[in-house]
Design a protein around this ligand. Structure first.
Ligand code: 6PG
Length: 468
């Protein structure tokens, strides 16, 4: 074989295939390989026909077809399949070759694999790739971490295939070890929180304000043109507008109310618990999905447990405006919590993360892309040491003027029995965070009472215990 490719890709499920097509479209020759060989042939004969692809039928052939030092992207299912491919591929590689895991891998797995690969004289990159199938094809947000030297080699390709915002690529080196996959995990945690706060707004407007899917579709589409402008608001409007051809009903009204999850939101919560960082809105978003999956029990409970009658006598348009502002505040609180986790993780894991740059590469391509991320980038550029987004003047200003709407909507939801797992929790996070004195004094009293765990005082130095 004379012609060699610039890069190889293993794993031709939709994300892998689309990413390969994206890379080729930017002027690179791509070698592809898949365990089920027919997928290679299907791609080569189909979407890749006439393009600069090298389809290969064995690992050996695949490796030989790539220019050295080889760059190989693994787009296989996160977990054991990644280990299996790495084990299979290592004996064929040469010093300096680079393996890139582009799946939603748990960051500690990436750190373990990086060490293993490093011992063989190879380099490793664990990268978050966000944007779903369309993003992979047209330009995702890319969050690579691992060997810096390997990133330098890959940058000319990765920065070209990434989404571009104002002439800048949505791709940058995150940090060493599992930093890239860590950042992607937190991206997904924020994604969970924003998705849930949006669906709570929808639920409120449906049951309290009696707005149909069609009416809400118009609202979300309008909101997408203002400060709420974001991918998730945009697609929510489109989903609400979609009518089922068979029944003539809004499809959303026909979808079973059980949310699935693949685990990245849960990992974010679990890790934040380990690090001791409060991200209650993300935790609540994960819990909201769990509760939704208890459909059978919920149906039974709905017959025996009572709640309030829904009574709404207020000004509908005014409330819609308040829902808008509550959503705005709650979304900001989701970013604030996720970014505070990144800030702390950066210290504890020595990732040396640049939060401003992370916000910047999230402005395009990824699922949580939004107008807000432009101002978040500025906030961290103005002060890279920001302990929490809420300390930035622009954002404290927004919260100060929107907290009242958030409070009123949460109150009305409570009054009407609408579950506000995330929106309500976001308000509680806000109120806890801004409170100089929390009732933790009494917790300390209780701990000291039953376990002599001691406490500190506000009026004098030292450690105290009381014989209660
Ligand atoms: C992305 C998404 C993606 C993830 C989905 C589904 O950034 O493109 O985060 O990586 O697969 O969000 O995740 P859940 O199944 O957990 O909802």
């Amino acid at each position: 074989m004379d012609k060699k490719s610039d890069i190889g890709l293993i794993g031709l499920a939709v994300m892998g295939e689309n990413l390969a097509l994206n890379i080729e479209s930017k002027g690179f020759t791509v070698s592809v390989y898949n365990r089920t060989i027919s997928k290679v042939d299907k791609l080569i004969e189909g979407r890749a026909k006439g393009k600069n692809f090298i389809g290969t039928h064995s690992m050996e052939e695949f490796i030989k077809s790539i220019k050295q030092p080889r760059k190989i992207i693994l787009m296989v299912k996160a977990g054991k399949p990644v280990d299996a491919v790495i084990d299979e591929i290592i004996p064929h590689l040469s010093k300096g070759d680079i393996l890139i895991d582009g799946g939603n891998t748990y960051f500690k797995d990436t750190e373990r694999r990086l060490k293993k690969v490093e011992e063989k004289g190879l380099m490793y990159i664990g990268t978050g790739v966000s944007g779903g199938e369309e993003g992979a094809l047209k330009g995702p947000s890319i969050m690579p971490g691992g060997h810096k030297e390997a990133y330098e080699e890959l940058a000319p390709i990765l920065t070209k295939i990434a989404a571009q915002v104002k002439g800048e690529p949505c791709c940058d080196y995150m940090g060493p070890g599992g930093a890239g996959h860590y950042v992607k995990m937190v991206h997904n945690g924020i994604e969970y929180s924003i998705m849930q706060t949006i669906v709570e707004a929808y639920d409120f407007m449906k049951d309290v304000l009696n707005l149909s899917a069609k009416e809400q579709a118009r609202l979300f589409s309008k909101w997408n043109d203002d400060v709420l402008g974001s991918y998730l608001i945009e697609i929510t409007g489109k989903i609400l507008a979609k009518v089922d051809k068979e029944t003539g009903k809004a499809i959303v009204d026909l979808i079973l109310d059980e949310a699935s999850q693949k685990g990245t939101g849960k990992w974010t919560s679990q890790n934040a618990m380990d690090l001791g960082v409060p991200i209650p809105s993300i935790d609540a978003a994960v819990q909201a999905r769990f509760i939704s999956a208890y459909k059978t029990e919920r149906v039974k409970a709905s017959k025996i447990l009572s709640g309030p009658e829904i009574e709404f006598a207020g000004d509908k348009d005014k409330f819609v405006e308040m829902v808008h502002d509550a959503l705005y505040a709650s979304e900001i609180l989701a970013y604030a919590q996720g970014l505070s986790l990144l800030t702390e993780a950066s210290k504890q894991y020595k990732f040396n993360l640049n939060i401003g740059n992370i916000a910047k590469i999230w402005r395009g391509g990824c699922i949580i892309r939004s107008k807000l991320l432009g101002s978040i980038t500025e906030a961290y550029e103005n002060n890279p040491e920001l302990p929490n987004l809420l300390f930035d003047e622009h954002f404290s200003g927004i919260l100060n003027t929107r907290q009242d709407a958030l409070r009123k909507v949460v109150q009305m939801a409570n009054k009407c029995g609408i579950p506000f797992m995330v929106t309500g929790t976001s308000l509680a996070y806000y109120d806890s965070y801004r409170k100089e004195r929390l009732p933790a004094n009494l917790i300390q009293g209780q701990r000291d009472y039953f376990g002599a765990h001691t406490y500190k005082r506000i009026d004098k130095e030292g450690i105290f215990h009381t014989e209660w």
